[in-house]
Write a protein that binds this ligand. Structure first.
Ligand code: PMP
Ligand code: GLN
Length: 390
């Protein structure tokens, strides 16, 4: 193949290869194992949302929608941010519909970072963060979160900022740890951002999945943060429709305009017939959001009990779809090798958390399982994993 002499795969995306989610879901398909790796529910979201999409398809909403998203969805997103978080937004200019949170994150980083800039984020990190920071030509500066509580070390946080810091990229509730950043931790992050005049980009796709009465605090609601924060979320998790890829970015006009500039050259527009359906979804009564949360909290308890019974050390998550475990009580310490062997040993697929850490020593013994599956699937996985002890 002609490559003008430059080795392929050695540039900005060198080392990124295939995502762990693709790799592990392929492993599940190949082996027929239960897939507790990639975080997608095995039951679809509410029928009325799906019917709204069908109606939109039939009503001819099949051509390019407006660049920033259809007005009714932008209004619904603004209403959702007011209703759940007390955030006031102008749907015309402060709300942008994207192709999932993934595109919003990519567009925000590409629009706001220049080569040489640094982005402060936390490890373990969602894999697209590292790739998108690299695509923007920027550098990641990591603050390491460690089990059991994944607390933010204030000194490590301070040390991650430098005169080159352009942005802080925060995910709460946090994948893969299930950590929900506390208000005190967020105040600290906000203080650095304000003092150093840094932009914040927040990924809040699990905003409706906090457990045991914990609150989700959007960084944009802290003093002095609304004007410097791009808040990102998505319909995928909240409505159990991960394949639809309708997400959004909200924030001050200038930041949203910058993100939109990048977005229009990435995908131009997003999923026409799904937009009216998600507009409908965002207006569902509180009871929907409450029962969604309670349902996942019960599944968390169910899987955690099963993993504990299987002999793993379980770090009970405060939110999200995921629980991390330490495999060392089983006499093993290589999470990657463990996950590659697990389909054969136990008929279950999980994700090695080490791939989300630059500090491989911290991540090495950690393994992530998802509990966004039917109860009988969780129970079957737990009973298979119980065999690991012997
Ligand atoms: N951020 C985090 C933390 C995630 O776990 C995911 C996966 N849902 C995404 C972003 C991507 O969201 P979307 O599917 O809406 O692109
Ligand atoms: N967010 C999901 C997870 O963390 C998967 C999304 C993806 O495959 N990119 O498992």
């Amino acid at each position: 193949m002609a490559t003008t002499g430059r080795p392929l795969g050695s540039g900005r995306l060198g080392g990124f290869g295939t995502t762990i989610f693709t790799e592990m879901s392929a492993l599940a398909t190949r082996t027929g194992a239960i897939n507790l790796g990639q975080g997608f529910p095995d039951t679809d979201g509410p029928a009325e949302i799906i019917e709204a999409a069908v109606a939109a398809l039939r009503a001819g909403r099949n051509q390019y929608p407006p660049g920033p998203g259809i007005p009714e969805l932008r209004r619904a997103i603004a209403d959702h941010q007011r209703r759940f978080h007390g955030i006031e937004l102008d749907p015309d200019g402060e709300v942008l519909v994207t192709t999932g949170a993934t595109e919003a994150i990519a567009a925000a980083l590409l629009a706001l970072c220049e080569p040489g800039d640094e982005v402060v984020t936390f490890e373990p990190y969602y894999d697209s963060y590292a790739a998108c920071i690299a695509m923007a030509g920027a550098t990641r500066r990591l603050v390491t979160l460690r089990p059991p509580d994944y607390a933010v070390d204030p000194d490590a946080l301070a040390a991650a900022f430098s005169p080159r810091t352009r942005a802080v990229l925060l995910n709460t509730p946090h994948n893969p740890t299930g950590k929900v950043f506390t208000r005190a931790e967020l105040e600290l992050i906000a203080q650095h951002a304000r003092e150093r005049d840094v932009i914040a980009i927040t990924d809040e796709v699990y905003e409706h999945l906090t457990f045991d009465g914990r609150e989700h605090v959007p960084l944009a609601t802290l003093p002095g943060m609304a004007e410097r924060t791009v808040t990102i979320s998505s319909s995928g998790k909240t409505f159990s429709l991960t394949g639809w890829k309708i997400g959004w970015a909200t924030g001050p006009r200038a930041l949203v305009a910058a993100v939109q500039t990048a977005k229009q050259f990435l995908t131009y527009v997003s999923g026409a017939p799904f937009q009216p359906a998600i507009a409908h979804a965002l207006g569902l009564p509180d009871a929907y959001f409450e029962s969604f949360r309670a349902g996942l909290e019960a599944k968390r308890d169910r899987l955690c009990a099963g993993l504990e019974a299987a002999g793993l050390e379980v770090f009970r998550p405060a939110g999200t779809y995921f629980v991390t475990t330490d495999i060392r009580p089983l006499g093993e310490d290589d999470g990657h090798a463990f996950c590659l062997a697990l389909p054969e040993r136990a008929g279950v697929v999980a994700v090695p958390t080490v791939v989300f850490y630059d500090d491989k020593a911290v991540g090495r013994p950690l393994v992530r399982f998802t509990f966004c599956k039917r109860d009988e699937v969780i129970d079957e996985a737990a009973s298979r994993l119980a065999g690991l002890r012997g």
